[in-house]
Design a protein around this ligand. Structure first.
Ligand SMILES: CC(C)(COP(=O)(O)OP(=O)(O)OC[C@H]1O[C@@H](n2cnc3c(N)ncnc32)[C@H](O)[C@@H]1OP(=O)(O)O)[C@@H](O)C(=O)NCCC(=O)NCCS
Length: 178
C-alpha cells in the first residue's frame, strides 16, 4: 500500500510541472487552487480508505467527488503516482481500471468497461484529451497521447498517439515529448 501523502505530493508536483513547468513551493501552492486538484486529493483519500478496508469511508469520498468534484471514480480504480486531473468535471472511471504513473486526464474523459469484467489497463506517462473515451479490455501502452474526443476501442502501443472515432494511431514527430 503506497503512502497516500506520498501519492498526493507526487500528484501535486506532476500537475505543477504540467501547468507551470515549475515544482517550487510557490507553484505547488498555486496548483492547490487550480480546477481539478480537489478531486485528485479526494481520489487519493478514497484509494487509501479502500486499501485499508474502510469501505464505508471510501464510499463517502466517492460521493464527495461525485457531488463536489464533478467526477465519478469507482472505489477500486488504481493509479500510481503522478495522477493529474487538469479539470475534473465529467471524468468517469470504472472501479476495475488500473493505471500506471503520470496519467494526465482532461475533463469529460471516460475510462470504462464495454461489458462486465472487461476494462482498460493503462501504462505510464499517458495524456488523455478532453472528452476521450477508452472503452473495454484495451491495453494502453506507455508514453501515449489520446486526442480530444477519441473513442479508443483497440490497444494503443507504446509511444503512439491515437485520435478519432474509432481511434487510429498517428505518427509522432521524432523526439517530441508526451
Ligand atoms: C492528439 C493531440 C495531442 C495531437 O497533437 P499533435 O501531435 O500536435 O497532432 P497534430 O495537430 O499534428 O495532428 C496530427 C493529425 O491528427 C489529427 N488530429 C489531431 N488531434 C485530433 C483529434 N483530437 N481528433 C481527431 N483528429 C485529430 C490532425 O487532424 C492531423 O491529421 P492529418 O495528419 O490527417 O492532417 C492533440 O491534437 C489533442 O487532441 N490534444 C487534446 C488537447 C485537449 O484535450 N485540450 C483540452 C484543453 S481544456
Amino acid at each position: 500500500v503506497r503512502n497516500p501523502l506520498f501519492l498526493i505530493s507526487s500528484d501535486l508536483r506532476a500537475k505543477a510541472k504540467w501547468m507551470y513547468d515549475d515544482t517550487s513551493p510557490r507553484a505547488i501552492a498555486k496548483t492547490l487552487l487550480t480546477d481539478g486538484t480537489f478531486a485528485m486529493i479526494i481520489y487519493r483519500c478514497m484509494q487509501a480508505s479502500q486499501q485499508w478496508s474502510l469501505a464505508p469511508l471510501a464510499m463517502v469520498f466517492n460521493k464527495i467527488n461525485g457531488i463536489l468534484g464533478g467526477c465519478i471514480i469507482g472505489r477500486g480504480a488504481s493509479f500510481e503516482e503522478g495522477l493529474v486531473f487538469i479539470h475534473s468535471d465529467g471524468i468517469v472511471i470504472n472501479g476495475n481500471v488500473r493505471g500506471g504513473s503520470h496519467v494526465h486526464l482532461e475533463h469529460q474523459v471516460t475510462i470504462g468497461a464495454a461489458e462486465r469484467d472487461q476494462f482498460p489497463v493503462l501504462g505510464n506517462r499517458i495524456f488523455v484529451g478532453a472528452g476521450a473515451k477508452i472503452i473495454g479490455p484495451v491495453r494502453i501502452g506507455s508514453d501515449v497521447r489520446i486526442g480530444a474526443n477519441a473513442v479508443v476501442i483497440k490497444d494503443v502501443p507504446d509511444g503512439a498517439t491515437a485520435v478519432g472515432v474509432p481511434a487510429r494511431n498517428i505518427e509522432r514527430q521524432r523526439g517530441e515529448a508526451v
